[in-house]
Design a protein around this ligand. Structure first.
Ligand code: ATP
Ligand code: MG
Length: 316
């Protein structure tokens, strides 16, 4: 079913440099969350804190009753078994073929026989569409295939939580679309909780149930996809619509002069909220959330032309 991650009042610094402070959010069990933010705002640091690789100074990260931020090494070791992580570069061993790369966590962390390992590896290779490529070395395949191999490896221990650090970086738009569909399909199939760090606005707009935005050393907003996509909050609006007008500048925040020059500039209207990607045919839809439910609960109507407004019209 996946497990919930409850983060409360989390602060992380390196020496005197505060990365983010007072981050609180709940990643609901079985749902997909996307974490956004300009480069250097500490998204990767956040993922590392969640798996206990970096210790925050204050706050808690509670998973199945254990606080990752303060628990013993022994408890941490147990909790880590719940996680599958897809690192930014796939983190494949260059001298091992894909089969051995994917089998690695099983050989390292379990006492399974080679024939049991074969069954699991082939099942995961099949899930990510890599059957036939078992003997290839990571250097011989495309970036998209390497990502999928990394994903297969992240799945072999049947994780309850999967963390993705920029799964779509370096992929062309078509490969990104395939990968996003794969992520949505996997989420429906394995029912784990997914947290994805990405810079891809299209991914953020169509894949997750919830979106978070890290900005200027804090969590600017976290909530349902529809809430952030319809938000007028300047930073959220600027980031999710990839606009130059707004508080975020080229290097860091814009200064007062730059902001004053922008004041009064007319912003284009918010585009319609796009359809959330559904699992492919034959894969059952998840039960967590009805499309458009957040808008209805908040007494809002979806912008004309959006999936939510179309399905509402059909239901009438
Ligand atoms: N182990 C570390 N020791 C000291 N500083 C670190 C460490 N890891 C990260 N940082 C600093 O923390 C800040 C945030 O880094 P992080 O890699 O999390 O950013 P990011 O949001 O993932 O950026 P990008 O989008 O470019 O991947 C950076 O200033 C980085 O230099
Ligand atoms: Mg990063």
């Amino acid at each position: 079913m996946g497990v919930e991650i409850k983060v409360d009042g989390l602060t992380k610094s390196f020496g005197k440099q505060v990365i983010w402070r007072d981050v609180s959010l709940t990643v609901p069990a079985g749902e997909i969350c996307v974490m956004l933010g300009p480069s250097g705002t500490g998204k990767s640091v956040f993922l590392k804190a969640l798996i206990g690789l970096l210790k925050p100074e204050t706050g808690s990260i509670v998973i199945e009753g254990t606080d990752i931020a303060t628990c013993s090494e022994k408890d941490l070791y147990e909790i880590r078994k719940l996680f599958g992580v897809l690192f930014q570069d796939g983190a494949m061993f260059g001298s091992m073929n894909l089969y051995d790369n994917v089998a690695f966590p099983l050989r390292e962390h379990t006492r399974k026989s080679e024939s049991e390992i074969r069954d699991i590896v082939m099942e995961k290779m099949d899930l990510v569409g890599l059957i036939g490529a078992e003997d290839k070395l990571p250097g011989e395949i495309s970036g998209g295939m390497r990502k999928r191999a990394g994903l297969a490896r992240a799945l072999v221990l049947d994780p309850e939580i999967v963390l993705f650090d920029e799964p779509d970086s370096g992929l062309d738009p078509v490969r990104t679309a395939f990968l996003n569909q794969l992520i949505v399909d996997l989420n429906a199939q394995i029912d784990a909780t997914f947290l994805i760090v990405t810079h891809d606005i299209n991914t953020a707009r169509t894949v997750p149930d919830n979106i978070g935005l890290l900005y200027h050393k804090h969590l600017a907003m976290f909530g349902p996809r529809e809430m952030l996509l319809s938000s007028e909050e300047p930073v959220v609006r600027q980031f999710l619509n990839a606009q130059r007008v707004g508080p975020i500048g080229m290097s860091e925040e814009k200064d007062a002069g730059e902001l004053a020059a922008e004041a009064g500039q007319e912003l284009p209207p918010l585009p319609p909220i796009p359809l959330q990607l559904e699992p492919s045919n034959g894969i059952p839809r998840r039960s967590q959330r009805e499309p458009g439910s957040w808008l209805r609960e908040h007494g809002l109507t979806a912008p004309p032309g959006s999936f939510e407004s179309q399905s509402a019209a059909l239901a009438r």
